[in-house]
Design a binder for this molecule. Structure first.
Ligand code: SAT
Ligand code: MN
Length: 596
């Protein structure tokens, strides 16, 4: 099939590459995506016609759709994800490795003719503001109209990308649904070629190649080489009652509340405070000429977890997803509205995420898949930061690490230094969630929430973080938070959601030197009084429990981190070894850990 190129403005390297790939994939037709509304509607129309999408209630959820995945394809497939570099040592023990030649040979065979009978969509996308020096272009070739429609929401598709491409190169992404065969599922990254090849999955993190594959795995390697950071972080502006806004980033593992924190609606009792969203998942962070870290959001949309979002826990998100949204693997009520666990009262009649009739108390499992998602434009969010599109990004005053820990980690604490903060991030362990295939609730090392996303040796990544110390005297303060600590009765101690603004307020005030803390062996922990606020319904005993630093369990934690660091071999930075020893000494010297 001869390649037809639309109008002018498509550069020769793009044409040459699309032509070469199409000769292998052999699609019946090729559609160049322009990112228009019209194109989106036509993709949707086609998918409704062939059953890929179900149209939802137009009155209650205008322009909203439901997609049901193949049950074998509902989360990221980490075991099928590879980094392909010449030298195996460069990917480290937290990644799967495959030699580039072997990967190319294997994939060439599998990709051969895989788009026969299908349309190949050419999706030029821009990540980041149109006029930013930090933005990047990628082109994804896919046979999935679901991917094409989602990319239209998640990125800036079309001419805007091709125009940006004039100055720089582009990341190449090739994706095919194939036969959705899990035994031949591959998500391969080739950092040296700026190439991604993904086959046999149609799930977000495996198939929307702009997201984890480009914005994190490949971009993290570019960041290492060029002196910046690509992070699995939210970015928010926190406004105080004086109207001053400071920006913070937060690294939390998948499905641990990043979107909820980004879209937080202040509680009634915190008049004058607000939270402005810049990013809910990914931050590209560069040093500016004055030595400040500045973050941009490469994405234009959200692909976020639905369960537990409700008018009570997060009214702002509920409003946002009521129009122009694609839902994936949620349940469906008889009035064709979406439903998920934690949304509120259970409707009388319901179809589960696979389309089977579901009855509360009788049917097994959950009605919505625990990793069910919604895709929606970030521009629909009413509290989007006015700085969202600032080409220079927003200046970062604090970095927060977080995640799910039912014990050990206090509600919030601050590191003593940049190096100690990097250790805090490196030691991050979290309970696994449904965002990746595999067991849920298992504690695993997830340094900086980047375990599944760092495209190179994690010890080199720690070194890269440490290198910022010598490059700037204005680095952000580093904190860790944990809203998931449980009491002996197995219940969450902290009310979470909008109340998390109390924790953010403490962080803001620490950055301004306005609030006290107790020096403990692990870092600066708030005094109970500094978290007390009229309206926050929690006893002082519970606050103390949330802030408790237990010497014995911390010693166990350090030992297990030590083992993890040992497994990283010689590349593990000596500075972090020293920080860990210092932390051990401080704990050993203390009688009980919280001197209060
Ligand atoms: O499925 S994604 O990888 O896009 C989301 C996540 O797991 O963080
Ligand atoms: Mn994520």
């Amino acid at each position: 099939m001869a390649l037809k190129v639309p109008g002018d403005g498509v550069q020769q390297p793009v044409i040459g590459w699309v032509d070469a790939v199409s000769k292998i994939m052999k699609p019946d037709s090729i559609v160049w995506c322009d990112g228009s509304e019209e194109e989106f509607r036509s993709l949707i129309k086609g998918m409704i016609a062939d059953g890929t999408l179900i149209k939802l209630n137009e009155e209650k959820y205008p322009n909203c759709y439901l997609h049901r995945s193949n049950p074998n394809d509902v989360a990221r497939s980490e075991e099928a994800t590879f980094i392909c570099t010449e030298n195996k040592d460069d990917v480290g023990p937290t990644n799967n490795w495959m030699a580039p030649d072997e990967a190319h040979a294997k994939l060439l065979k599998l990709f051969d003719g895989c788009m026969t009978g299908r349309t190949m969509y050419v999706i030029p996308y821009l990540l980041g503001p149109a006029d930013s020096p930090y933005s990047q272009v990628g082109i994804e070739l896919t046979d999935s109209p679901y991917v094409a429609a989602n990319m239209n929401i998640m990125t800036k598709v079309g001419r805007v990308a091709l125009e940006h491409l004039k100055d720089v190169g582009f990341v190449k992404g090739v994706h095919s649904i194939g036969a959705l065969d899990p035994s031949n599922r591959y998500i391969c990254h080739f950092p040296d070629e700026k190439l991604i090849m993904s086959l046999n999955s149609n799930y977000g993190g495996n198939a929307l190649l702009s997201k984890k594959c480009h914005s994190l795995r490949l971009a993290s390697v570019m960041g290492r080489d060029e002196g910046w950071l690509a992070e699995h972080m939210l970015v928010i502006g926190i406004e105080d009652p004086d109207g001053t806004v400071i920006y913070v980033t937060g690294a939390f593992p998948s499905a641990s509340g990043k979107t909820n924190l980004t879209m937080l609606k202040p509680p009634e009792y915190m008049k004058g405070w607000d939270v402005w969203a810049v990013s809910d998942d990914i931050a590209w962070i560069h040093l500016d000429s004055e030595g400040r870290l500045r973050a941009i959001n490469p994405e234009s949309g959200l692909f976020a977890v639905a369960p537990n979002t409700s008018p009570k826990t997060n009214p702002r998100i509920m409003e946002m997803v009521k129009k122009n949204t694609i839902f994936t693997n949620v349940a469906l009520s008889s009035d064709k509205t979406p439903w998920w666990e934690g949304m509120g009262e259970h409707p009388r009649k319901l179809w589960d995420w696979q389309g089977k009739v579901w009855t509360a108390g009788k049917s097994a499992g959950s009605a919505a898949h625990p990793n069910s998602r919604f895709t929606t434009s970030i521009h629909q969010y009413p509290s989007l930061s006015t700085e969202y599109n600032n080409p220079n990004g927003v200046p970062i005053t604090a970095i927060i690490f977080g995640g799910r820990r039912s014990e050990l980690v206090p509600l919030v604490y601050e590191s003593f230094s940049w190096e100690h903060g990097v250790l805090m991030g490196a030691m991050l362990k979290v309970e696994t969630t449904a965002a990746a295939a595999g067991e849920v609730g298992v504690l695993r090392n997830d340094p900086m929430a980047m375990k599944p996303f760092c495209g190179y040796h994690i010890a080199d990544y720690f070194n890269h973080w440490l290198s910022f110390r010598s490059r700037s005297g204005k680095l952000p303060k580093i904190f860790q938070i944990n809203a998931f600590r449980m009491g002996r009765d197995g219940r969450f101690l902290w009310p979470g959601y909008s109340n998390n603004l109390v924790v953010l307020k403490w962080i803001v005030e620490r950055c301004r030197g306005k609030v006290e803390a107790v020096e403990t062996p692990i870092g600066y922990v708030p005094t109970a009084a500094s978290l007390k606020i009229d309206g926050l319904n929690i006893t002082e005993t519970t606050i103390n429990e949330l802030l408790h630093v237990d010497k014995g369990t911390w010693m166990d934690e350090l030992e297990s981190s030590w083992l993890f660091f040992e497994s990283l071999g010689e590349r593990f930075p000596i500075v972090l070894r020293q920080e860990l020893s210092k932390l051990m000494d401080r704990l050993q010297e203390s009688s009980s850990a919280n001197p209060r």
